[in-house]
Design a protein around this ligand. Structure first.
Ligand SMILES: [Zn+2]
Length: 358
């Protein structure tokens, strides 16, 4: 009887080793199977599968974007046709979508779907203040207007009652081609619908076209403020703090305009909008950035292929800048088709100025 504990202990050891063996047996088998060649085969097959999924996801994304691109212009054309057929009805439907849809009971399903889609999917989704009145685009160099702001300018110049002015803060004399680039700017703006009298080209020695020269914020701000006041401007458009291409001259324009806003020097009612800078991948997605834009931006304008060809033809006027990589840019850049903008308020500027100072 005294040796019972010993026999129980030995029995437990036997059971424990049996359990251990049962647990480790599959791993021993696995270890025997995991030879270098089998690991290579495993990685190869899983990589191929992952690649297949990635390719399918990309294909679906591209198809959805293409579908939305077509749908956007179909809806815009339908809305324009409706507005042209009965302007008063179109106004009423804008004021009260519910009433108009209930009045048209026979086509309520189709028109309801169309109205819902038109609310979310519009080729032009800009704030009302930006579409009316006198608008100033502030750029740093000749060719910025086509390379970055083309869709916005073209959209605005097509609007009745919208006067677009361009303030270009340098003549682009970096390669000693100031006079050539000045003429190119005038020709490009003409293609986009801006007449020569609406272009203000600054040629100041303290604002050279040079990424290595820091433009003084007060110097830039004084040019902007003088133009805004003398032309009674109601909305300013310019770069955001990243300047699309991070060119220091582009960023300087933003900080100068922001400083005016911060100091409350802009006339009352003058709005301030900036063009969104986006990452490198999105920048070269062309029209396939449409989905990202609609989800991530609150205001945008998208050009059809036909309208984008006018922006491309305006860019062609900048012959002195058409190096081989610019051709790549013209046909692949999202900025030749899509612009998304953001209204800047005082709290945004205060935050961005703090980041800038740090
Ligand atoms: Zn530039």
């Amino acid at each position: 009887m005294k040796l019972n504990w010993l026999s129980e202990f030995l029995a437990n050891i036997v059971n424990a080793s049996a359990i251990t063996e049962a647990v480790t047996r599959p791993f021993i088998g696995l270890r025997q199977q995991l030879t270098p060649s089998s690991i290579y085969c495993l990685i190869k097959s899983s990589s191929a599968e992952a690649l297949e999924h990635i390719l399918i996801a990309c294909a679906v994304y591209l198809l959805v974007c293409l579908g939305l691109y077509k749908l956007t212009f179909w809806l815009s054309a339908a809305a324009a046709a409706t507005a042209a057929a009965s302007p008063s009805d179109a106004r009423n439907s804008n004021n009260n979508n519910n009433n108009s849809s209930s009045n048209n009971s026979s086509g309520s399903g189709e028109s309801g779907l169309r109205n819902a889609l038109q609310c979310g999917l519009r080729s032009v989704h800009l704030p009302k203040a930006a579409l009316m009145g006198r608008v100033l685009l502030v750029i740093a160099h000749p060719d910025d207007e086509c390379m970055f702001f083309g869709p916005l300018i073209y959209t605005l110049t097509q609007r009745d009652g919208c006067q677009v002015y361009v303030l270009c803060l340098s003549n682009g004399n970096y390669e000693q081609k100031g006079q050539v680039r000045r003429d190119e700017l005038y020709r490009a703006c003409k293609r986009l619908g801006i007449c020569e009298s609406n272009i203000i080209l600054v040629n100041a020695t303290n604002l050279p076209d040079d990424p290595n020269v820091e433009w003084r914020s007060d110097a830039v701000a004084s040019f902007i403020l003088h133009t805004v006041e003398s032309l009674d401007i109601q909305a300013i458009f310019t770069f955001d703090r990243d300047g699309v291409s991070s060119h220091p001259n582009h960023c300087a324009v933003y900080y100068a305009a922001a400083s005016l806003c911060l100091a409350n020097l802009l006339p009352k009612g003058c709005k301030f909008y900036t063009l969104d800078s986006i990452n490198l991948v999105r920048k070269y997605l062309s029209i396939f950035d449409l989905l990202c834009t609609c989800f991530m931006s609150s205001h945008w304008c998208i050009l059809s292929w036909k309208d984008a060809s006018i922006v491309r033809s305006a860019m062609m006027e900048h012959q002195s800048q058409l190096k081989w990589f610019r051709w790549l840019y013209i046909y692949t850049s999202r900025y030749m088709f899509i612009n998304s903008i953001r209204e800047i308020n005082l709290s945004d500027i205060e935050l961005e100025m703090q980041i800038h100072d740090n």
